[in-house]
Design a protein around this ligand. Structure first.
Ligand code: SF4
Ligand code: SF4
Length: 93
């Protein structure tokens, strides 16, 4: 068996092979009014769950819930407080 070392990295490379969107109990959502498109959330997200797109001439982050595993990292690093976490419907009491 081969083991790979990811020196200097906090997590393995992102992959689109595994959809991780059903792992967590919450998903991230972006407030497009607050988002300035800085891309910090994209850099820190451990999954390929966020991309920056252009909407109405403005760059904003968009979350793909097929890959968002609800880890709250984007929520923590966003300088604009533009991300909120919401409990998935099936976990609401
Ligand atoms: S870190 Fe916040 S402000 Fe920057 S792109 Fe992501 S959601 Fe938008
Ligand atoms: S909650 Fe985690 S997995 Fe989901 S978009 Fe934010 S950083 Fe990525």
């Amino acid at each position: 068996m081969k083991l790979k070392l990811y020196i200097g990295a906090s997590s393995p490379p992102k992959t689109t092979q595994m959809k991780t969107g059903d792992w967590g109990t919450e998903w991230a959502f972006v407030d497009e009014e607050k988002c300035n498109g800085c891309g910090r959330c994209v850099s820190f997200c451990p999954e390929p769950a966020i991309e920056i797109v252009e909407k109405n001439g403005k760059k904003v982050a968009v979350v793909d819930h097929d890959y968002c595993k609800g880890c709250w990292i984007c929520y923590t690093v966003c300088p604009q407080e533009a991300i909120r976490m919401e409990t998935k419907e099936i976990y609401k009491i």
